[in-house]
Write a protein that binds this ligand. Sequence first.
Ligand SMILES: [Zn+2]
Length: 469
Amino acid sequence: MTWCSRRTLIRGAALVPLAATAADEGARQAERYFPSHGTYGHRTLSYDLHLAYDPAAGTLDGRARIQAVADRPLRQVELDLAGLTVHDARIDGAVVGPGRKRNKLVLPVRRPIAAGTPFTMEIGYGGRPGPVRTPFGQIGWDRTGDANEGTLVAAQPLGAPSWFPCNDRPDDKAEFTFRVTVPRGHHALANGALVDRSRRGPTECWTYHHPGPMAPYLAALYTGRFTHDTWEARDTSTGRRVTGRDAYPTYLSRRARYDLARQPAMFEVFTGWFGPYPFETYGAVVVDAELDQPVENQTASVFGRNHVDGARTWETLVAHELVHQWYGNSVSLRDWRDIWLNEGFATYGEWLWSEHIGEDSADTIARAAWHTLARRPQRLRIADPGPDRIFDDRVYNRGACTLHALRLTLGDDRFFALLRGWHHAHRGGSADTAAFIAHAGRYAPTAVEPVLHAWLHEKQLPPLPPARS
Ligand SMILES: [Zn+2]
């Protein structure tokens, strides 16, 4: 395989993820839901991934250039990487001997890197990538149907190490560049904007750049053969026009085009409710594979072929993944414990969309969801559901009911101002439930805090406030 040539890309503004301090690093690591993923030893500024994929062999040759900053004195640097073989590594240009410990890649450094010092890692790696075993099943890199010879990435929450070395924490967000070489006739799609496409002999290199910042689990690469469509939508909060791009297997074009056609309308109404769209582009990618759920990969959500039928049966999921671009992707989780901040918001976005298009109102859906929740065992605190229950449907529905209870308490004007303010305050960053309760308290402290406490921290389901007339 030949490699893409390196081109200088215009860097986005430096975006600095949350820093950890040495004193609390161990405690912070231990209290996370998945402490074996990620490290607080460093934070990442950028990933520059050179990837050459051979669909006939199913092999990936990778070279990752990762810029990071030490958050404490480092004698070794830890990254997450599953399955693939590392054949060389350098730190600041010096060759180092990589070590492996399960799904950890450990790079020793000759002289300790002082806290606050930026450094650059270069890692050559490769092999036959595949999904990694997690408590949520096999996730990450996967191949699509044989006829398409394609690949996909659906890595939420722990699958990112299946295809590149990373600091796999949801709150370590960075800028990304992807330079992907595939045989001519195959396509490559990744997060962000396509900035270059160049042919070299029998291969073609597709270069994407995404200033992000983006958590590793939301990084995506799709290869194969696709039909592409572009669409334009107006960000009603800023007047900016944003170009969207969808992709799907050609044989699904008619169905996918119809099912995805209302994305520009969603985009316009969501920018009114939630505020400025946080990224440079958006699109849906339908892959030639069946997926349990679509995934909100940043700027490029992925849907399975089972999510398009030409009848908009799954349009609520199209809305759901777009809402995640604000809530989940732009405002990320501090830890997976806070998953209701992703899924409660995206589920409530589905209900708002239903109300907007004249189908069931959010109030009708919320009351039906409440009755379903009331019949279930009251054993879950959605602000701390437990690592094995982060995707429990009660987290989604009770999370959305929490927002509906807030809306009924505050009234529409203050409620939507609260949603916009939450994104504005944490855009590009990470946040947790305590920060949300403090944020909501600024809108009506005496009314809101008891409501949120009961919905988020108690097991017993509280009543929904009466509907507003
Ligand atoms: Zn979701």
